[in-house]
Design a protein. Structure first.
Length: 179
């Protein structure tokens, strides 16, 4: 009897997880959902070198900004894919991965373990200001920002590398169209 109860509970957990992620794994890709760069530009962030960093420094560039955490199971593969994305698009975009409220040693230990610490820009967000400024409610969350500061895509939930490429091409196209 206990085996059936445990199996039933496991099935409920799986179904709930599928429903949650299918509901939160949607791209927001409409004009009405665009936000201005100023909404998140003043987030109080810290670089792995200990210096304060303002996203304002990146104004005018196409950006891919990912909010992640060590405890997020989907972030592991995504971070590797973001590092690959940065390599592929080199100087066309800047990929920024912002860790949510975790100590430096924990975040850097994780990116060192993945072998990607030097492949893109990693920042720490001790106050979770960036995540809050974009209205975050799932993990991970990623915004694709064109050079004009418009959020072209706000992706809630995990992504594969091909989807990252697709959204990156959108911000590059939007940048070229505005020039």
């Amino acid at each position: 009897m206990n085996r059936y109860i445990v199996g039933g509970i496991g099935l409920i957990i799986i179904v709930a997880g599928v429903l949650f992620f299918s509901a939160s794994d949607r791209s927001v890709d409409t004009k009405a959902d665009k936000s201005d760069f100023d909404t998140f530009a003043s987030a109080s962030l810290i670089g792995y070198n200990g210096n304060k960093v303002s996203l304002e420094e990146f104004r005018g560039r196409p950006l891919v900004i990912n909010s992640w955490a060590v405890w997020c199971p989907f972030c592991r593969n995504e971070l590797r894919d973001f590092a690959e994305l940065q390599k592929e698009f080199k100087n066309e975009i800047t990929v920024i991965a912002i860790d949510r409220q975790e100590p430096f040693a924990k975040a850097k230990g994780y990116t060192d373990e993945l072998g990607i610490t030097n492949d893109m820009l990693f920042l720490l967000d001790p106050s979770d200001s960036f995540y809050k400024s974009i209205g975050g409610f799932s993990m991970p969350e990623t915004i694709f920002v064109d050079s004009g500061g418009s959020i072209i895509v706000h992706k809630r939930g995990p992504m594969e590398l091909d989807e990252m490429r697709e959204h990156t091409n959108k911000i590059i196209s939007a940048t070229e169209d505005s020039v």
